[in-house]
Every structure is written in structure tokens, then in C-alpha cells.
Design a protein around this ligand. Structure first.
Ligand SMILES: *Cc1c(COP(=O)(O)O)cnc(C)c1O
Length: 296
């Protein structure tokens, strides 16, 4: 597989008339460029887990995810690269045809074990995975090691330049990382892509205690819930691409860019603010859309 291209992470400055009219500087940190499969924030969230597994001399990484999970694919690719075995515990019955994400994970050597949605919800360990060889990583890389890895995202941008860091949130691990990696008075604006995930603030606070006043979570941009979308979102993503040449994914970064634009329009950011949006990758997930939906 191609190597990780951390040196290709760029900070792209966007000069859209909307931002200029509000006297805002807006840039995007392009983590999507580091690898076609180990996209964006997932490698950052995995790095300290993998390091820990190697230190503990574990040979097999086990983690959880759904059929289109960026985390599953990133884990498969990162393990392949590090010479570790990988097992993905996948939510739901084994389908007749694997999703593009799961086929790629399998090609990278990951063993897939399908479990019922009920067992998945309780994160049941399949019976065959007992013994000392296995290193378990929580779904989505959720945990302190994941947050610490995500904190290192900010080493790839000139972080002193910004007043606001904006990112999409699933588990909130990356949001916690941005809190850990930045300092007061920087604000972290987190866009939840799940519907009514009221636990999110608690989940984030656990890993970044004492930084509540620097965190603002927005729950109004989920477009119906996780991996749900509508025509307005797709139209926005296509327009954003036309204006900036930056592709986004419909699960996370499309909702992030939409939300930030909406917040700009409604004067959420004080004039003079300097905003960094984290492009956390996830573009492979667009393979789940009907061909031709997106123009990129
Ligand atoms: C997983 C993921 C996120 C969410 O990260 P959390 O740490 O779970 O909040 C955001 N963007 C992309 C592209 C992702 O794959």
C-alpha cells in the first residue's frame, strides 16, 4: 500500500466572498490528503493504540465498525502497513455483497467477523477472540489514546494563527484532541453528525477536563442523523467543491463545511476571527452514494 503522506497536509486558505464580507479568515487543514484509505483523522486517532499494541507485543488488533466505517478501513490499512493482524467486528449479518469499504479492508488482510446488531450494541466479544494475543481498540478509536493522537493533528498547522478550530464529531474523540492540542482562549466548534447525541459533551469532557468553556457543540446539523443526507447537503457539497476545489464526504466533512458556512452567515463568529476547519478525510465513504450524485 502507499505510504502515509503526512508531509502533504496543507492548510488551504479559502477566499470566498461570504467570508471576506464578514471579515473572517477561513482555512482548511487537509488531512484528507495523507492517504486514500487511512483517511484523515483516523490515522491520528490510531497511532498511539498501535504503538501501545506493538510495545505490548500483541500481534492482532481487533476493532469494531459498520459496513462503511472509515475506522475499519483505516485500521485495516494501518495494520497492514505495520505488520499486525487485523480483525474487524462488523455490525449486522454478513451481506451477499460486501460494501466497497469492507472489500478493501479484506483485501488489506483484515479478517471480518459479522455479529448481530444486538450483540454489536453490547460490544460482545466473539467467543473465538480469547487469549492474550488480541489488542482491542474501541469503535471509532474512542478513548484517551485516540484523543491524544488527535491532539497531534494541530502539529501540522500553524496553530497560533487561529481563534477557532472547527471539526465534525462522531464519538467526539477528535474534538477532545483539539481541546488538548490548543490553549485558551482558542475556541473549539464541534459539529455533531449524530441526531440527539446528548452524551457527546460528557464523552469529550472525560478526555479534556476543564476545557468546557472553550467548547461549543452544535447539534442542529445532522441532516436526519448519522450518514443521513438530503438534496440541500449534496447541492452544498457540490457548490463548495466548485468554489474551493475541496471535496468533502456526506457523513462528516460535508456537514462540517455546511455548518460553518451557516454559522458565518448568521454572524456566529466575531469579525476578525481566524477559523481553521479540519478536513478529517472520509472521502472513501462517498462510494456508498449513487454514482453521479457528487461532481467530484
Ligand atoms: C471518524 C470521523 C470523524 C469523527 O471523529 P470522532 O473522533 O469520532 O468524533 C470525523 N470525520 C471523519 C472523516 C471521520 O472519519
Amino acid at each position: 500500500m502507499t505510504d502515509l503522506l503526512l508531509h502533504t497536509i496543507s492548510t488551504d486558505k479559502l477566499s470566498l466572498p461570504l467570508y471576506t464580507s464578514k471579515d473572517l479568515q477561513v482555512s482548511v487543514s487537509r488531512l484528507d490528503k495523507i492517504h486514500p484509505l487511512v483517511s484523515g483523522n483516523k490515522w491520528f486517532k490510531l497511532r498511539y493504540y498501535l504503538e501501545d499494541a506493538v510495545n505490548q507485543k500483541k500481534k492482532t488488533i481487533v476493532t469494531y465498525g459498520g459496513a462503511w466505517s472509515n475506522h475499519i478501513l483505516a485500521t485495516a490499512a494501518a495494520c497492514n502497513r505495520s505488520g499486525l493482524n487485523a480483525i474487524g467486528i462488523i455490525r449486522g449479518e454478513e451481506p451477499a455483497n460486501l460494501s466497497a469499504t469492507l472489500s478493501q479492508a479484506k483485501e488489506l488482510g483484515m479478517q471480518l467477523i459479522f455479529i448481530s446488531r444486538d450483540n454489536y450494541q453490547h460490544k460482545k466479544k466473539p467467543g473465538q477472540l480469547t487469549g492474550d494475543d488480541y489488542y482491542f481498540i474501541p469503535e471509532g478509536g474512542y478513548g484517551l489514546k485516540g484523543a491524544m493522537g488527535a491532539a497531534s493533528i494541530l502539529e501540522h498547522c500553524n496553530k497560533e494563527t487561529y481563534t477557532h478550530f472547527c471539526c465534525a464529531a462522531g464519538t467526539g474523540t477528535m474534538t477532545a484532541g483539539l481541546l488538548l492540542g490548543s490553549s485558551p482562549p482558542d475556541q473549539i466548534v464541534s459539529i455533531s453528525v449524530l441526531k440527539n447525541n446528548i452524551e457527546l459533551e460528557k464523552c469529550i469532557g472525560q478526555f479534556a477536563p476543564g476545557s468546557k468553556q472553550r467548547l461549543d457543540i452544535h447539534h442542529g446539523y445532522h441532516f436526519g442523523g448519522y450518514a443521513k443526507y438530503n438534496a440541500a447537503l449534496i447541492t452544498f457539497m457540490n457548490e463548495f467543491y466548485t468554489q474551493t476545489n475541496i471535496p468533502s464526504d456526506f457523513v462528516y466533512t460535508g456537514k462540517l463545511f455546511y455548518a460553518v458556512n451557516d454559522l458565518v452567515q448568521t454572524n456566529y463568529f466575531p469579525a476578525g476571527s481566524s477559523i481553521l476547519m479540519i478536513h478529517s478525510g472520509g472521502l472513501q465513504g462517498n462510494n456508498g452514494l449513487k454514482k453521479g450524485t457528487l461532481i467530484f
